[in-house]
Design a binder for this molecule. Sequence first.
Ligand SMILES: [Zn+2]
Ligand SMILES: [Zn+2]
Length: 334
Amino acid sequence: MSEIRKHYFLPEYCIISEERAKRPSDFAEAVGDSEELGRASCAFCEGAEEMTPLATAVYKDGKILVDTDEKRVRSWDFRCFPNRYPALSPVPAFFELSENVWETRPGFGFHEVIVESPVHGNKLANFSDKELSGLMGVYRDRTSHYRAHENIRYVSLFKNSGKAAGASLNHPHSQLLALPLLPPLLEKELHAIREEEKCPYCTLLEKERTSERLIRENSEWTAFAPYCSASPFEVWVLPKKHVSWLGDCSEEALFSLGEMLRDVLRAYEKVLKNPPYNYMFFQLFETPEYHLNLRLLPRLSRIAGFEMNTGIYINTISPERAASYLKRERRPGE
Ligand SMILES: [Zn+2]
Ligand SMILES: [Zn+2]
């Protein structure tokens, strides 16, 4: 059983979830990054549907189906199911304050895997338009699904790609954690947004559209290297229209989001030679003043003592230079 803990003095939460690392040897870092990672016994591959928990949403030929004990859906496009080793689980959401120094409550929440393709080793950078817009639709639907749950306040939607980014399998997938609380990161941001007269993301868009940090634009989205990039080649993708979550995006906007994501990932492939990366959606469905954004981070540097001591990140390439490489899709030195 996992727990969500909060310390009153330091306004932070942590999730204690020992189920996710069963043996001390699980902490030892495996060496090497392999394209074949996990192919032999991959539970995400088409045909291995029995190896996962029952799917809660299976996308097939434009329909959304579910698995039953008797029948698992085959030949699917996208497949969503509960994580077998969830960080959080759907236990009752009530809790009691233990003392006034810290609190512990049951680790309530949902942890879902979104398999992005039936094909092992497939890459988003090589997805067709149809596969990409389908996937963006899945992101929107699954956020919407958990938003409807009365005890859910935030949906964390992200992708880890490559071992250094936290992926244990090389089968394309994203993850979703639905939380009963607003994360401190978003709480802080929201507080700052409410201090401003105008949405700071809208202001940022206006500035970055003409800055040297601009990477590309399409009909609905703008991609740029943020002014305070925490790590090399960080990219933010913002909708040009102020929307606070994926559910507010039109079909056209989702389509061009897929295109933009592929463009940025292709630029990463060319410039950085298939780096491990994370991307995550920042979205709030209870607060229209929030401005949806997608952040991409290639994992090229490590968080070490200084970063953990100060919360200040040392970045060895300026966002202006990173943008110039990503724009032209040249490798540094070329
Ligand atoms: Zn696979
Ligand atoms: Zn805005």
